[in-house]
Design a protein around this ligand. Structure first.
Ligand SMILES: [Zn+2]
Length: 219
C-alpha cells in the first residue's frame, strides 16, 4: 500500500504545474469582481456560510426568483469534500478524476490540508446560467469567455473538471497534484483542475493563459 504512495511522492517532485505563467496573468484579471467570481463559482465570494446545510439551494446568492439551478444541476454548498457521495457535482464526475481527487485529498489530509470542492460536474442549464451571468457582468465577448466556457465546451459539463479551494488546497495541489494526475489547466484559474493521467510520470502540460487560449474552446 505504502509503496504506491512512495512512488507517487517521488514523481510528485517532477511536477511542472507551478508554471511561471501563473504570474503573467494580466493584472486586470487578478481580482475579478466578487459579484461574478471566476466561472461563477464560489472560489472568491462564497454565498453561503461554511458548513451551511445545502438544503433548498437558491439559484443565486441574492435569491432572485429566476429559474433555479440547484444541487441536481451541480451546485454545491460550501465545505464539501471530495468523499461526499450526496452531490451530482461529484458523483457525475469522470470516475477516474474523482478517484484521483480523493486520493490526493487523503494525502493532503495527512499534511493537514483540507481540499474542498467548489464546483465539479454542472448541467448544461447551470453552465448556461453562469455564462449568462458572466455576459451581463463583462458585456459578453472575450472578457466573459476568459472566465466561463460555453455549454458545449466546458469540461465541467462533461464531468472532467473540478474547482477546488481554499488557497491552502490550491497551493498543495500545485505542488503535489501532478503525482495524482491532477493539473491546473489555466494560469488565471489556480482552482481549476483536470485529470492528465501522464502527469504522474511526465509532469503537467504547460498551462494556457486563460480558457480563450484553449483549443477545446474554439469549437
Ligand atoms: Zn473550473
Amino acid at each position: 500500500m505504502t509503496v504506491v504512495g512512495a512512488a507517487i511522492a517521488v514523481v510528485g517532485v517532477l511536477s511542472s504545474c507551478s508554471s511561471k505563467e501563473a504570474s503573467t496573468a494580466p493584472p486586470s484579471f487578478a481580482k475579478p469582481p466578487a459579484s461574478a467570481s471566476p466561472e461563477g463559482t464560489r472560489c472568491v465570494a462564497p454565498p453561503h456560510p461554511p458548513g451551511e446545510d445545502p438544503g433548498p439551494l437558491r439559484d443565486s446568492p441574492t435569491g432572485s426568483g429566476r429559474a433555479s439551478s440547484g444541487v441536481a444541476d451541480g451546485r454545491l454548498p460550501d465545505g464539501v469534500e471530495p468523499f461526499d457521495d450526496r452531490y451530482p457535482a461529484l458523483t457525475r464526475l469522470d470516475p477516474a478524476l474523482l478517484g484521483a481527487l480523493r486520493e490526493a485529498a487523503r494525502a493532503a489530509g495527512r499534511d493537514d490540508v483540507t481540499i474542498h470542492v467548489n464546483s465539479g460536474w454542472r448541467s448544461s442549464a447551470y453552465q448556461r446560467r453562469l455564462l449568462d451571468e458572466a455576459d451581463s457582468t463583462y458585456g459578453g465577448g472575450d472578457d466573459a469567455a476568459r472566465w466561463v466556457a460555453g455549454v458545449g465546451t466546458s469540461p465541467h459539463v462533461s464531468g472532467d473538471a473540478v474547482d477546488v479551494g481554499d488557497a491552502g488546497a490550491t497551493t498543495w495541489l500545485s505542488e503535489h497534484g501532478a503525482a495524482y494526475g491532477l493539473c491546473q489547466v489555466y494560469a488565471n484559474e489556480p482552482w481549476h483542475y483536470e485529470l492528465r493521467p501522464h502527469a504522474s510520470s511526465r509532469g503537467c502540460p504547460a498551462m494556457y493563459l486563460d480558457p480563450t487560449h484553449d483549443p477545446r474552446m474554439q469549437q
